[in-house]
Write a protein that binds this ligand. Structure first.
Ligand code: ADP
Length: 488
């Protein structure tokens, strides 16, 4: 069991009150590294969600001025940083990622509150257009979109909510928040912090957890909820799109990826390996921006592969709470099985396993630790190139022609992230113009940051998070033409 002052109580939160499920039912949360039950959380559903929506609607009448909201963000940033160690500890235990990554995630989450605290007054300022047009002066105002539903995944239990909640609070949107079933404790801890440090009006933030379909259905079925921001699978994103139809609800969707990572023959090979290691193995490869398929020019393929095996073989796999661990467990048996199947499929079709265990040596029931693996002589048609593996697997594909590799990189319905290593700026510009991905790392494996917009093209999503664009998602534009009085 986990004990923490930030998990007291372990409950939902509606209209400023800690609440249990109506049925009093609870579900267990386990530590994926050990299988230990950490705690149980309320198993809520449509009824509780309906009350949370009503509380959020009531809060709409109590939204304070922009300076008060700016102070909330500042206080959230300060409180997150002050409680970094404890939030990171809870995150580490329920997600399994290494301790330094969990601590880093709390800082990253805080950076969204900090960024919007510093910029929201400018971003939300009304625009007064110069001059007259059609006998009027014109201004454009940013109004909160209304009650929002925020649905988050398990892979970044604190960062993903920060990307949504910071702009929602900045814009003045009350929210109903649903965490993923594998990682609800970090969200409870966040609510403890909001409750203790922010003095939000009752109903400004609400927490429901439990049956995803029922909670999601209640959010999507309510005409009061004007927007739902969701990060998760493309399948659920598509369902939300269908459910948004009746009320013409706005959606922010951050969905799956299938990121290509391209290493040209003129690349700085050591730099590319550093970039790939940091990008690929964060969160045990369970991130939507991590390299899913690595295309290496045939002139440097063997050198790259050799250096990569050495680095991968030195990684330490284990419980994220233990010192020196680089890679924690996968989140659950289904995630583990997917990686195993992708390796098995590639081997059956002629790829070579250069690092990592053979799939038949592994058993999710024994341990969710999946040692980092490298496959060579992978071809584009294998499952590990066609689907998002979401685990610590690097498939290396050879290429010798830029036009062909662009074709393969773009041969996916996803468009979230891509990476390119070359020392030739013109070659890079040629690639970037053609890659249909919202985030394109150039000589870096760096993921998104609070001050820039992040989001996917094609089936990877709708809208952007971060940057001023990420705040504008939560406002409606209101245009006011003002008649010019000719009376005097
Ligand atoms: P993942 O594969 O990362 O778990 P999911 O899309 O299943 O991705 O989950 C992401 C989030 O969406 C989680 O909070 C999950 O509980 C939630 N979710 C799952 N099904 C639904 C649904 N039908 N409606 C709304 N949210 C859902």
């Amino acid at each position: 069991m986990i004990q923490s002052p930030l998990l007291d109580p372990i409950a939902g939160y509606i209209a400023g009150q800690w609440v249990d499920a109506d049925s009093a039912a609870r579900v267990d949360v386990t530590n994926p590294a050990t299988g230990e039950v950490l705690a149980s959380v309320p198993a809520m559903g449509a009824e509780e969600t309906g009350r949370a929506i009503a509380a959020a609607q009531a809060a709409l009448a109590t939204i304070p001025d922009i300076e008060t909201r700016r102070q909330w963000l500042q206080q959230a940033n300060d409180a997150l940083l002050a409680n970094k160690k404890e939030i990171g500890r809870i995150l580490c235990m329920e997600h399994g990622k290494p301790w330094p990554e969990a601590q880093g995630e709390v800082e990253y989450a805080a950076s969204f509150f900090d960024y919007y605290a510093r910029t929201m007054v400018d971003i939300l300022a009304p625009e007064h257009l110069p001059g007259e047009f059609k006998g009027c002066t014109w201004s454009v105002h940013k109004r909160p979109i209304g009650v929002v539903g925020l649905i988050t995944p398990w892979n970044f239990p604190i960062a993903m909510i920060a990307k949504k909640l910071a702009p929602a609070l900045a814009a003045g949107c009350p929210s109903v928040i649903k965490p993923a079933k594998d990682t609800p404790l970090t969200m409870v801890a966040l609510f403890r912090i909001l409750h203790d440090h922010l003095q939000l009006p009752a109903g400004m933030v609400n927490l429901v957890m439990g049956n995803a379909g029922k909670i999601g259905g209640a959010l999507m079925g309510s005409p009061t909820v004007r927007m739902v921001s969701f990060t998760g699978s493309t399948e659920v994103g598509q369902l939300l799109l269908e459910q948004s139809r009746a009320d013409v609800k706005k959606l922010g969707l951050e969905l799956g990826g299938n990121a290509p990572f391209i290493v040209c023959d003129d690349a700085d090979i050591d730099g590319a390996i550093d970039g790939l290691m940091a990008n690929k193995f964060r969160g045990a490869g369970q991130t939507c921006v991590c390299a899913n398929r690595v295309y290496v020019h045939t002139a440097v393929y063997d050198e790259f592969a050799q250096k990569l095996f050495e680095r991968v073989n030195a990684l330490k796999v284990g419980n994220g709470m233990d010192e020196g661990v680089d890679i924690g467990p996968l989140i659950n048996a289904a995630g583990f099985e997917k990686v195993r199947e992708h390796v098995a499929d590639a081997l059956a079709r002629g790829a070579h396993l250069k690092a990592g265990p053979r799939p038949d040596e592994l058993d999710a029931a024994r341990s969710l630790l999946y040692p980092p693996s490298v496959l060579t002589e992978v071809t584009h048609d294998m499952r590990c190139c066609q689907e998002e593996t979401f685990g610590p697997l690097v498939p290396l594909i050879r290429f010798d022609d830029d036009a062909k590799v662009i074709e393969q990189a773009n041969d996916t319905s996803f468009g979230l992230a891509a990476y390119l290593y070359t020392q030739d700026e013109q070659r890079a510009a040629w690639f970037m113009e053609r890659l249909h991905f919202g985030h394109c790392g150039y000589n870096t494996g760096m993921g998104p940051a609070a001050h820039t917009p992040f989001g996917g093209m094609l089936t990877s999503g709708l809208g952007r998070e971060g940057g001023h664009e990420g705040l504008l998602e939560y406002v409606e534009l209101q245009t006011i033409p003002q008649g010019i009085s000719r009376a005097s």
